[in-house]
Ligand binder design. Structure first.
Ligand code: PMV
Length: 371
């Protein structure tokens, strides 16, 4: 089994003076949610997500060799302008990954980053942002050690991204990604199911049924304000939470079920697990101490409208939520026309300034420029 130690860079040489890379990395939306973690960004339960396609971060990393010093040296630009308030997060990220990327102190970096979705839209940019930076760092590592395999490249990129923001490890590669060690299950023929899932990085789930290919995600921006509860605070709320252990159990069961559903194309049961997971995540927040309600009245209006529409049309459209008030509306590509008409006619009225973003399943990070 792979351990942290396998990700410590070795056999590299500081052979280059300068250069730059550019990568994009998408956001992702969890179907089975990660909420609660152990030390070193190890999830309390496994999760699975759809990778998005249009909501992404594009990051250019420029580097030039410098004298090895005690501290990291980097400038940070957001949308072309220096952004001092993002620097502590990057500094902390570099500190966390230095053990695995000791070459980071041999270079000065300029990190030039932008998002394709509006800033402070309530869509977290930490997953896409950390993944895009991790991809660039791995491109640098590959230059210093051309011998690393493609598999190692992506696994370590996800491993590094995870140390920046847990869910970021699911934004590296694949349409559907599982993160977190699953329990060994005994299959029907009494064979233990073989699972490659890991607490250390995201693993692509590739046996996805035709029904889920090109799945659509329309994100309704109900509340674009600052997050009421940061993920760090949120995960901590699961310590000493009265329902924590039961919830972690449930996530294991839901993950195992949704994997079968994704394989066999059962959209009806997909709807049930996805919506239950979203409401459970929010139930955890309502029942923690301190407690929070992150849904807004319009979130509930939208949920009720979706339920009514689904009952009337039999179209398997469903919702999911992150740790906020925005609603992700998930549906098959073949129902796009009717669902978009429904969204425009009945749901947009509940969005702040009528704003929503049309996205769909995507395949992960992409290299834009390499020189
Ligand atoms: O990656 P973090 O620490 O920002 O946590 C993300 C938590 C949720 O978005 C609520 C759930 C998930 O699995 O993405």
């Amino acid at each position: 089994m792979i351990s942290e130690k396998d990700f410590i860079a070795s056999n590299y040489t500081i052979s280059i003076e300068n250069g730059s890379f550019e990568w994009s990395a998408p956001s992702n939306i969890a179907l089975v949610k990660y909420w609660g973690k152990k030390e070193h960004q190890i999830p309390a339960n496994p999760s699975i997500s759809f990778t998005l396609n249009h909501c992404k971060t594009i990051t250019k990393l420029t580097f030039s060799q410098k004298q090895k010093e005690e501290d990291f040296s980097f400038d940070l630009l957001f949308e072309g302008k220096p952004k001092e308030d993002f620097k502590p997060k990057i500094q902390k990220f570099f500190e966390r990954i230095f053990e695995y990327c000791p070459y980071l102190k041999d270079f000065h970096f300029t990190i030039d980053t932008q998002n394709t979705f509006p800033h402070s839209s309530g869509i977290a940019s930490s997953a896409s942002g950390m993944a895009a930076l991790a991809m660039n760092i791995m491109s640098l590592e590959k230059m210093l050690n051309p011998g690393i395999s493609e598999n190692y490249f992506y696994q370590k990129a996800s491993f590094l991204a995870r140390l920046g923001s847990g869910s970021a490890c699911r934004s590296v590669k694949g349409n559907v990604v599982v993160w977190g060690q699953e329990r060994e299950r005994t299959g029907e023929a009494n064979h233990a199911e073989i699972s490659e899932s890991s607490n250390l990085f995201g693993v692509e789930f590739s046996s996805v049924h035709e029904n889920f290919k090109e799945y659509q995600d329309t994100i309704l921006l109900v509340d674009k304000g600052e997050k009421q509860v940061s993920s760090t605070v949120g995960h901590d709320l699961m310590f000493g939470h009265p329902y924590a252990e039961r919830r972690f159990e449930q996530a294991h069961v839901n993950l195992s079920e949704i994997k079968s559903i994704l394989e066999n194309g059962d959209v009806e049961n997909f709807v049930k697990i996805v919506e239950s997971e979203a409401l459970t995540l929010h139930a955890m927040m309502m029942t923690s101490m301190p407690y929070f309600i992150l849904m807004k009245p319009n979130t509930l209006e939208i949920i009720n409208k979706i339920w009514k529409f689904r009952a009337e049309t039999q179209i398997p459209v469903c919702f999911t939520l992150d740790a906020g008030a925005n609603v992700h509306v998930l549906y098959p590509k073949k129902n796009q026309q009717e669902v978009l008409q429904f969204i425009k006619g009945e749901l947009v009225a509940y969005c702040q300034n009528g704003q929503y973003i049309c996205d769909e399943i995507g395949k992960g990070s992409q290299l834009i420029m390499d020189n």
